[in-house]
Design a protein around this ligand. Structure first.
Ligand code: L34
Length: 295
């Protein structure tokens, strides 16, 4: 029997409905949760993601705004924009869409954002809080979304072997931190594999939960997957396809059809993790707004 599909669009819709209900509770108190996304340059994929984020905010009854800056923006100019947003009480969440142009130091930009407005969870303060399991942390949206996909799909995680492919700061490392924590959707035994890992398949074949976040199109094959495993595909790769309307199509890090034949659950690309990233961003922004009431 082929694997059950984990429907990221449907689960994201449930999260977004919950967020909209929370936003509606804040409105009578004069509090409209607000997210400001800063987009530097004109990367076409980033433009698509940023537009989705703004639209999702509006659909949840939140304020969503995008500041578009030219690719020639200097680091000092970008830092000045962040300073202004940090000081603006109507802005509860700030997100600088990555990647930024090469002449800008992304780490300097991330560190400038007030950790209380860092709804991306990229600031070192939030990264540290995620690692120690502090419930106040803003966890990065993609790994947080993966965790919600697992819990909402009724997948037992406690005691399971979770193998993560990729050690990025945005996905692999925080994913490991979230899954090794004590608690719901966690309590896993975690292995993180990367470009220097020896005999990758010997690790992936032990996985009860396999999370692919390497950014290599269709790298995970059926032989690398244990029968009955849960496979989460974080990859979003544009590959050339002359038969496609736009000249490309989007594939994950997993060879979907053949892995679907051996897994018990699998996420599609698109329609899996991507929509969850946006849903978790809204959830973090509403929480950031709510926290301003009690400070
Ligand atoms: N600062 N930069 C910052 N925060 C982030 O959380 C991101 N990311 C990643 C890139 N840069 C960032 C995103 O938002 C990736 N990402 C993201 C978000 C949403 C989707 C994909 C990537 C998404 O909605 N994907 C759809 C398909 C979209 C398409 O057709 O291209 C999906 O169904 O997977």
């Amino acid at each position: 029997m082929p694997a059950e599909l984990i429907d990221g669009v449907a689960i994201a819709a449930r999260v977004r409905a919950r967020v909209a209900a929370e936003a509606a509770v804040l409105a009578p108190r004069g509090l409209v949760p607000g997210l400001t996304v800063v987009l530097v340059g004109d990367d076409p994929a980033s433009a698509v993601y940023v537009a989705s984020k703004e639209k999702a905010c509006h659909e949840a009854g939140m304020r969503g705004e995008t500041i578009r800056l030219p690719a020639t923006t200097t680091e000092a100019e970008l830092l000045a924009v962040i300073d202004r947003l940090n000081a603006d009480p109507a802005v509860h969440g700030i997100l600088v869409q990555m990647p930024v142009p090469r002449h800008i130091d992304a780490q300097a930009v991330i560190r400038r954002i007030d950790p209380a407005k860092d709804v991306d969870g990229f600031h070192p303060v939030n990264a540290g809080k995620v690692l120690i399991g502090d419930p106040d942390a803003f966890a990065p949206c993609t790994p947080a979304g993966v965790q919600v996909l697992l819990t909402e799909s009724g997948i037992e995680t406690a005691g399971k072997e979770a193998v993560i492919l990729g050690r990025s700061t945005i996905v692999g490392k925080p994913m490991a931190a979230l899954l090794m924590q004590a608690g719901r959707g966690a309590d896993c035994t975690v292995t993180v594999c990367h470009s220097r890992t020896r005999d990758l398949a010997s690790h992936t074949r032990r996985a009860d939960i396999l999370i692919a976040a390497i950014g290599k199109p269709e790298m995970v094959t059926a032989e690398m997957v244990k029968p009955g495993a849960v496979v989460i595909d974080v990859g979003i790769n544009r590959v050339e396809d002359p038969t496609a309307k736009q000249g490309y199509r989007i594939v994950g890090d997993v060879r979907f059809e053949e892995v679907r034949a051996v897994a018990s659950h699998i996420t599609p690309v698109p329609g899996g993790v991507g929509p969850m990233t946006i849903a978790m961003l809204l959830a973090n922004t509403v929480r950031a707004a709510r926290l301003t009431l009690v400070r």
